[in-house]
Write a protein that binds this ligand. Structure first.
Ligand code: ZN
Ligand code: ZN
Length: 249
């Protein structure tokens, strides 16, 4: 027996199909049959296709010949995942379970995309194993993060943006705070994806790394409730406030 990850029905193995890394039953496949539209077919000859969700507009990468569905959208057959609901309670989200799950998934995707922002590229799509169902238990399997060269228009697999991480930042996605360390491009990436910069401190790379580790030990995860006091100055007292350099878009 296998279990459909969307509606949790148990079915004989031959009655489920692999969609977006996970097993889905036929009625759940039917609900999203028209959801994804092909945007880029085998960019640069890679065995990958980039699809966009017709419901919410989020794009994702997918292996050639595989079927997929949106990283963010659930549907009327979906049932709540207890682990995701626990995260929603910790973040003090006040929507329905489905709204909360979709918000967590969308924010998870944005945090991944921001890691790839760099001059000369438009980040198009990524692939996070386990979404939209099991946001925080993903494995590392992925069809990669893809971007378009702003000059040539070529679509390519992106490497994570490199650069000295001298910024400790706190941004707000809707009702959730996210802290992290990174480069100016990383912070700009978050802002372009809709985050509001709350505080951006500049410091020496090593001190920023230590400060970020201290915050992580305090809060355990990088996404916290907006009511949670996250004190960047307490962990990076010498930090220079450069928040004004990152106006919200
Ligand atoms: Zn199902
Ligand atoms: Zn969607």
């Amino acid at each position: 027996m296998k279990q459909c990850i969307n509606c949790m029905t148990r079915l004989p193995r031959k009655e489920v199909a692999e969609i977006a890394w996970c097993a889905l039953c036929a009625p759940c496949q039917q609900v999203v049959a028209d959801q994804m539209k092909l945007l880029h077919d085998r960019p640069g000859g890679a065995e990958v296709q980039i699809y966009q969700c017709g419901w919410c507009g989020t794009a994702r990468s997918c292996g050639l010949g595989s079927r997929t569905r949106c990283l963010v959208c659930l549907d009327e057959r979906s049932v709540p995942d207890p682990a995701v609901q626990k995260i929603a309670r910790r973040l003090e989200l006040d929507g329905t379970w489905r709204e909360n799950s979709e918000f967590i998934a969308a924010t998870t995707v944005k945090i991944r995309l921001a890691k790839y922002f760099q001059p000369g590229w438009t980040v198009l799509a990524t692939d996070v194993h386990g979404l939209p169902w099991t946001g925080f238990r993903w494995l590392t399997k992925s069809h990669g993060t893809w971007g378009r060269n702003t000059e040539t228009g070529e679509v390519q697999l992106l490497k994570r943006a490199r650069g000295e991480e001298t910024l400790l930042y706190l941004v707000r996605y809707g009702k959730v705070l996210k802290f992290g360390r990174g480069t100016a491009d990383r912070v700009r990436g978050h802002v372009e994806l809709g985050a509001v910069p709350v505080l951006v401190l500049k410091g020496a790379g090593q001190e920023v790394a230590v400060a970020k580790d201290r915050l992580k030990r305090l809060h355990r995860t990088e996404m916290v409730s907006q009511r949670m006091p996250v004190d960047l100055f307490a962990v990076l007292p010498e930090g220079l406030d450069v928040t004004d350099g990152y106006p919200r878009s």
